[in-house]
Design a protein around this ligand. Sequence first.
Ligand code: SAM
Length: 386
Amino acid sequence: MPQQPDPGRVSQQPWTVERLVSGGDGFLRAPDGRAAFVPGAFPGDSILPRSVTAKKRHVRVKAFDLLSPSSDRVPRACSVQGCGGCPWMELSRPAQLKAKAEILHDCLRRLGRFVNLPSPVVHAVGPDLGYRTRVRLHRAGGQLGFHATGSRRIVSVDRCAVACEPLNEALADVDRSGPPAEVELRASTDGVQVLVDKRRVSGPAAQRIPLPGAWLEVPAGAFSQVNPHVNRALVEAVLAGARARGVHRIADLHCGAGNFALALAAAGFEVRGSDLAEAGVLAARRAAQAQGLDASFEVGSAAQAAKPSAELVLLDPPRTGDKDAATALAADPPAHIAYVSCDPATLARDLRILVDGGMVLDDVQGWDMFPHTPHVEALAWLRRAP
Ligand SMILES: C[S@@+](CC[C@H](N)C(=O)[O-])C[C@H]1O[C@@H](n2cnc3c(N)ncnc32)[C@H](O)[C@@H]1O
């Protein structure tokens, strides 16, 4: 069916949004049975579509009139209009958490075929504003800000409601008239690091982050978690899970700069970390040496490093998941796996590979790492089937 604007067929009567789906759009079943996706609408909103893109099986609402708002709508905690960063800013926090639990559950059921899994809890830890210790902005034509929803137009910001105060103070000092560039700000225990096109121009050489029992230093350009409150809770959940399972040897196959590995080593576990990115591995090695921790770090892919010598394997891949590592582990399952994920769809896919390879999925819990956005962080625990 060609992609044709088709407002006449769908805009005659009000629609009520049923739920939120992966990616953050409102969803409902249109009167003609087609699935309708409504960006910017929330469950309980009654809307009149004004402009749609219609296909054979689904409709995308590009603009709508809000006839009566959901009771879960709240006033914005931010005055910036049109920035694509926090699409759920006008939805209450309890409704955000409920939607995230549904999205996680839905992906596990539909994509992972885990039909009997109970709906996971999504934990809210720390503040829902001022939580970010890292922001990435765009500079061009005298503007500094975030990309508008669905476009590369820059929405200028003087202040970001979800960034921590030191980042907002540093934002005021960034030169807006410089050449077009990506500008990243990273808060650290000893100041704010400013990176322009991934190169440090001011601030500390590395972003130092306190962990339970240890610290890590993330070099310029390497991955760092954005929400230290939730990160700490996740690290503690992995520590508690490792202790409860009585393991000693742990392989952290997407170790980055050692976020989980260093805390695990500080708690007395024997840790082997690996990651594709050399800068993170070198930083993790330096931090382990400086703190006298029993941990070794190597550069390498998770699939290659997935040998079954560890009793617990920790996975924490990027949004794309790690199908190759899951396949390698499924062929020779370790006693336990902890899988940290920032994408429920790829998590569901990889968990299915692991379970088909002979592992049992014991537990999945969510964490609200990115309040006011549809992103869901999750931690899943698996064990080798007896
Ligand atoms: C979400 S980050 C997590 C890093 C670290 N666990 C942390 O909490 O800071 C994902 C990491 O996976 C690494 N990575 C991506 N693909 C990989 C692969 N195929 N094998 C190993 N590491 C990979 C990236 O370099 C990055 O450090």
